[in-house]
Design a protein around this ligand. Structure first.
Ligand SMILES: Nc1nc2c(c(=O)[nH]1)N[C@H]1C(S)=C(S)[C@@H](COP(=O)(O)O)O[C@H]1N2
Ligand SMILES: [Mo]
Length: 173
């Protein structure tokens, strides 16, 4: 009867262990670029860009002049401090020539935003909330915020529905 080769099976065990470790490492390394890719805002459509789109990470936007909106909202308790960049300034920066924006989020949600909103109100693309970067898998990377408390008209469904979180794409139309 053949005996089990203890050292052999031990070797197999360690090979398996090492392979598992390698696989785990590959999964982690592989996941990073995918996430980083998702964590950007692409602006496309009627803009001036050599490559058809302009990309901004939260870090990129935080280098621009910030605007803060302290407001209550349907999603937060009490007053929340949102920090971001004025949407009208971002549109000016990409030389947007259109009348509306098609905004799209990671979760598949999509909504149309008239560009006139950005002229009437200080709408921001927020990247921080109460001093913290927007949390991954909840609102990150960006969230369109209106100053809801500043005008009674803004505290309604029409503007809440335009307050798209997990925003990753704006198409100027
Ligand atoms: N990414 C994303 N943003 C979104 C939504 C959504 O499902 N996904 N819902 C929108 C709608 S329709 C409204 S009215 C408000 C409020 O959504 P809630 O009532 O589900 O919080 O968020 C808006 N922003
Ligand atoms: Mo809604």
């Amino acid at each position: 009867m053949q005996k089990y080769r203890i050292s052999g099976s031990g070797g197999a065990f360690f090979t398996c262990f090492k392979m598992g470790f390698l696989l785990l490492l590959l999964m982690i390394v592989g996941a990073v670029p995918v996430q980083a890719e998702q964590m950007r805002l692409a602006i496309t459509g009627k803009i001036t860009s050599e490559h058809g789109a302009i990309y901004y990470s939260p870090g990129d936007l935080s280098a621009s002049t910030p605007t803060e909106i302290v407001t209550s909202s349907p999603w937060t308790v009490g007053k929340t401090r949102f920090r971001g960049v004025l949407l009208r300034d971002i549109l000016k920066g990409v030389d947007a020539r259109g009348t509306k924006l098609r905004a799209t989020a990671i979760d598949g949600y999509s909504v149309e935003i008239p560009i006139s909103d950005t002229e009437k109100y200080d709408v921001i693309i927020a990247y921080k909330m109460d001093g913290e970067w927007l949390e991954n898998e909840v609102y990150a990377p960006f969230w369109i915020i209106y100053p809801y408390d500043s005008d009674k008209k803004l505290a309604q469904e029409k503007y809440y529905s335009r307050s798209i979180w997990q925003l990753t794409k704006l198409t100027v139309e």
